[in-house]
Design a protein around this ligand. Structure first.
Ligand SMILES: [Zn+2]
Length: 113
């Protein structure tokens, strides 16, 4: 079919400009967690009563293999980190879609030889 190739190219042309700026991307997930300071007599950490301090934000990043790295994210950086995580997820999603289209295009080309 003549249209298939044109449709695939049009879809790809729409996807490519949607890829976020790669200089902003961050992988991982943002976790919210309560922490205990273990200071005697702290009313936030009292056994059975206190809920601990926080919540604090933790960025957890898995960088291949078994290595998981975690850092605490200050509240004022939360939005920036969330945006970066979203940009990473979007990038991955778009690359998968584009790769899928390229696969179909390759198949189309083979068929037409
Ligand atoms: Zn405490």
């Amino acid at each position: 079919m003549k249209d298939t190739r044109a449709q695939l190219l049009a879809s790809r042309d729409k996807l490519v400009p949607q890829i976020p700026d790669p200089s902003t991307i961050l992988p991982g997930s943002l976790l919210s967690r309560m922490v205990r300071c273990n200071k005697p007599g702290c009313r936030f950490c009292e056994e059975g009563k206190g809920k601990g301090h926080g919540p604090i934000l933790i960025l957890s990043v898995s960088l291949g293999g078994r290595k998981v790295r975690q850092i605490q994210v200050p509240g004022e950086m939360k939005k920036e980190v969330e945006d970066s995580l979203r940009a990473f997820a979007q990038t991955q999603d778009l690359l998968k879609q584009i790769a899928g289209i390229n696969f179909e295009l390759l198949r189309e080309r083979k068929r037409r030889r």
